[in-house]
Design a protein around this ligand. Structure first.
Ligand SMILES: *Cc1c(COP(=O)(O)O)cnc(C)c1O
Length: 404
């Protein structure tokens, strides 16, 4: 029995004191800079997880540090009973650069989707009455872990054990316009989807799909909700993923990279819908604090003005070409897919061993679903860092071919 808690390893503290909700890698990180992080022993890792699409400007971004310091010395939090300038400036910048007219701030992706679900139901209730309240969502989608958002998530492994789920959700396959056509009856108030499915394994829409979804929604008076929590904020090389497809939603949700690691989510919509969310209809204590809003504003401004989107596009193309080269060389790969710097490599076998081998080589990647390696580096990733990733994967795949 060790009586001095100072001597206990971080991992043993987690085992003893934490809910065991995560199966974590045996790695304790203490510091980060750009696309690299360091563990307790001072070992360096190249980070192609980026906090799961959160750290767009990289670790220890000087932009974030500066604004964090300045704003924390001015005002951190006062509640949404009062106006604060940083919140309104962030809302203005989001509206000026999107289809939307109005913004609601919260603290996470799940909360942003909760707000979207609530707004769609409330608007439809006012406009069409009580019978139109079903939301159609996609198989293999991911919308969050709260009761409403896990009910909207098309993956049984996320829903198991939590019955009764929230009612009023229906599921259709992604990329199947006929399936949606059949499901979209008069009971439906909204269709909710990720323009590119992230957790589902970096699944992209076929070129005409989102346009046809929009057309069906228009025909049947259903709202279209895009969950851009993972793929928004420049991840695909445009500020929002839907801009690649020439389709505009009625509601959009953001989180992950919006605060570059500070917790913030946002739900955006058109003016007409926003009217259904009047005073008292929805609220949150922390949503859009001056501190987090000031940081998010600086992050968004940098993504828009510092060439980040162009850089993301060119680095994304470069990484994709590298992965395609590996695919031709080694065969173990079924498909390389994605846009900008959300890329997936579907393997013909589980990806876990590749992720573990990468970790041993000082490289962080992760796996979406069983067999899709996913790459979500900071948008500031450089060519040399991509070369390092490709070189390491090349060696690992080579070893796997010899074993097979
Ligand atoms: C991560 C994610 C969420 C949930 O976000 P949280 O901040 O973890 O609640 C919702 N939708 C998508 C597409 C995501 O990738």
């Amino acid at each position: 029995m060790n009586n001095n808690p100072q001597n206990d390893s971080t991992i043993s503290l987690a085992d003893r004191y934490m809910f065991q909700t995560y199966s974590r890698f045996p790695l304790t990180l203490v510091r980060g800079e750009g696309c690299r992080v360091w563990d307790e022993e001072g070992r360096e890792y190249l980070d192609f997880v980026g906090g799961i699409a959160v750290c767009a400007l990289g670790h220890s971004s000087p932009i974030v540090s500066r604004v964090l310091k300045e704003q924390s010395e001015m005002l951190v939090h006062v509640s949404n009973l009062y106006y604060t300038r940083p919140q309104m400036e962030l809302a203005r910048l989001l509206v000026e650069n999107s289809f939307a007219d109005k913004v609601f701030f919260c603290n996470s992706g799940a909360e942003a989707n909760e707000a979207a679900i609530k707004l769609a139901r409330r608007y439809s209730n006012e406009k069409f009455g009580q019978d139109r309240r079903t939301i159609i969502s996609m198989d293999n989608s991911f919308h969050g872990r709260t009761m409403a958002t896990l009910s909207a998530t098309g993956q049984t492994k996320i829903q198991t054990g939590y019955d009764p789920l929230l009612g009023g959700f229906k599921f259709v396959p992604f990329n199947d316009i006929n399936g949606l056509d059949q499901a979209l009856d008069v009971s439906v108030c909204a269709v909710m989807l990720e323009p590119i499915q992230g957790e589902g394994g970096v699944v992209c829409p076929s070129p005409p799909y989102l346009k046809k979804v929009r057309e069906l929604c228009n025909q049947r008076n259903a709202l279209l909700i895009f969950d851009e929590v993972q793929v928004g904020m420049g991840r695909t090389g445009k500020l929002f993923a839907h801009q690649h497809y020439g389709v505009v939603p009625d509601i959009m949700t953001l989180a992950k990279a919006l605060g570059n690691g500070l917790p913030i989510g946002a739900m955006l919509s058109t003016e007409e819908l926003a009217k259904a969310f009047g005073p008292g209809s929805h609220a949150t204590t922390f949503g859009g604090t001056p501190l987090v809003s000031a940081v998010s504003h600086a992050v968004l401004k940098s993504i828009l003005e510092d060439g980040r989107l162009e850089h993301c596009q060119s680095m994304g193309d470069y990484l994709k070409k590298g992965l395609e080269r590996l695919s031709r060389k080694h065969g173990l790969i079924k498909e390389v897919r994605g846009l900008g710097l959300i890329l997936g490599v579907e393997m013909d076998q589980p990806g876990g061993p590749v992720v573990d081998a990468c970790l041993e080589q000082g490289l962080l990647i992760n796996c979406a679903q069983e067999n899709v390696l996913r790459f979500l580096p900071p948008l500031i990733v450089r060519k040399e860092e991509i070369d390092l990733l490709i070189g390491t994967l090349d060696k690992i795949f080579q070893g796997m071919r010899i074993e097979n």
